[in-house]
Design a protein around this ligand. Structure first.
Ligand SMILES: CC(C)(COP(=O)(O)OP(=O)(O)OC[C@H]1O[C@@H](n2cnc3c(N)ncnc32)[C@H](O)[C@@H]1OP(=O)(O)O)[C@@H](O)C(=O)NCCC(=O)NCCS
Length: 432
């Protein structure tokens, strides 16, 4: 919404009135869209901490107050009352589904669960120990080869088939992940089973054997639903911004989602849930209870993984929800995990420490999600893939916003060049 007020920008020898934009939750922005055309100046914002790259109606975060809402619904209410598939529908289509819409969406997910038989050969050509995130990125991009009618790279045509493409992606990402897991262990591939719900079907494809079906305990399905739901979207983070960037070129949903997977892989983003467990294991092996680690983190020698967030400068609301579920799950499953004790000690120590308080560093969602995944049998190298499965609805919804924008424009940031000024080519023999 454009506010009638303006901001005055005073530059050497010129002054410019810039429109103010007001978000529906009262967020203020200065619209600099015509800054360069009018003045020749650009803005510089390292890490984009002050830059709104788009207008979006999907997710609202107030990092200072610890608020997260999908399409207006508080994350706490969705975590308590909804499940992953319903929340995925909400994130993608903007409203909670009616009973009919929910039934049709579930049916579409079931129809699209199996992967193209020839993709199995693709899997087989990768090394057995390939990282699941590398595999997932490759396979999601490869979906465009097997389902070209869903990936024309013409947004108008791709939008006509959007429902099928979205369901393909959200359903198959689970099948691809399970297949990668089975093949990496030399186990027979287990196909999706009609009648099972999203999370139960995923656990079935991971852990059933041809002679012994895995019976997913309700507490496990609930915890998995929660993890995926809490990751469903998180506005303009690194991977989602990558999805929108690629989508803005006109690229199809699969290519854009594959870019998101690559963005998510790094340890400062989706890779953090793995890094948390690695950190807790290292602390355990060193015989530390976390105290030494905190001292080293404060000295800048180590980083407390699962702590801190670019946006949340208060408790991450997802961490509160998941911390509680983590306790309940371990209790119900009768699992005692020394890493949870270390995690609790780290949390308590950091929350009292002025270093962490002054820098507003609180546990984020990754701090506990890894312990839950460990408890339900998900191997460490698949943690980031689990995050990707959860984030898929958010990427799909963001792709849709870009693809349906009334004024399509490729994303193309500027830079301030700090390199060498013009110089002449030096012949090989004259180089020093
Ligand atoms: C998430 C993260 C990348 C945010 O980074 P950021 O907003 O760029 O914050 P900065 O890296 O500028 O950190 C600000 C200050 O806090 C410190 N800090 C940030 N996260 C820290 C952590 N996890 N452990 C110890 N110190 C930390 C930095 O060293 C810096 O200190 P300084 O001001 O003395 O130099 C960062 O907090 C981090 O690396 N956390 C661990 C990884 C993680 O859990 N990522 C998942 C995010 S969901």
């Amino acid at each position: 919404m454009t506010d009638s007020k303006t901001a005055n920008l005073i530059l050497p020898d010129q002054e410019l009135k810039l429109p103010l934009i007001l978000g529906t939750e009262g967020e203020n922005a200065v619209d600099i869209s015509h800054l360069r055309d009018s003045t020749g100046f650009i803005t510089l914002d390292d890490g984009y901490g002050n830059t709104g790259s788009c207008e979006s109606a999907i997710t609202y975060i107030d990092g200072e107050k610890g608020i997260l809402r999908y399409r207006g619904y508080p994350i706490e209410q969705l975590a308590e009352k909804s499940d992953f598939v319903e929340t995925a529908y909400l994130v993608i289509y903007g409203e909670l589904p009616t009973i009919d819409q929910r039934t049709r969406f579930s049916a579409l997910l079931t129809e699209n669960a199996a992967i193209h038989e020839r993709m199995v050969y693709l899997f087989e050509s990768y090394p057995r120990d390939a990282h699941p995130m590398a595999l997932l990125g490759a396979m999601v991009n490869a979906l465009a080869c097997y389902y070209p009618h869903l990936a024309t790279n013409n947004h108008n045509r791709d939008i006509e088939n959007f429902d099928e493409a979205a369901a393909t992606l959200i359903s198959k990402v689970r099948t691809i992940t399970a297949m990668a897991y089975r093949m990496s262990r030399g186990l027979p591939v287990i196909y999706p089973k009609r009648g099972l719900r999203y999370c139960e079907n995923f656990m079935h494809m991971l852990f059933s054997e041809p002679y012994d079906l895995y019976d997913c305990p309700p507490v496990v399905a609930k915890a998995l639903n929660l993890i995926l739901l809490l990751h469903a979207d998180h506005e303009q983070n690194c991977s989602t911004a990558a999805v929108r960037m690629v989508a803005s070129s006109g690229a199809n949903l699969f290519a854009s989602a594959a870019a998101g997977i690559c963005g998510l892989w790094g340890p400062l983003h989706g890779g953090a849930n793995m890094a948390v467990i690695e950190m807790l294991e290292a602390i355990h092996q060193e015989g530390d209870d976390g105290s030494r680690f905190i001292t080293e983190a404060k000295a800048g020698k180590r980083r407390l993984m699962g702590f801190g967030h670019r946006v949340y400068k208060n408790y991450d609301p997802r961490a509160k929800i998941i911390g509680k579920t983590c306790d309940e799950l371990l209790k119900t499953l009768g699992v005692s995990d020394p890493l949870l004790d270390i995690a609790r000690h780290l949390e308590q120590a950091a929350l009292k420490d002025s270093y962490f308080i002054e820098r507003k560093l609180y546990p984020n969602v990754d701090f506990y999600s890894g312990i839950i995944m460990r408890a339900i049998g998900i191997p460490l190298n698949m943690f980031t893939v689990m995050f990707a499965i959860g984030r898929m609805p958010g990427w799909v919804a963001n792709w849709r916003e870009v693809a349906t924008t009334s004024k399509p424009r490729i994303y193309r940031p500027r830079q301030i060049y700090m390199g060498k000024t013009a110089r002449d080519y030096v012949a090989k023999e004259d180089r020093k």
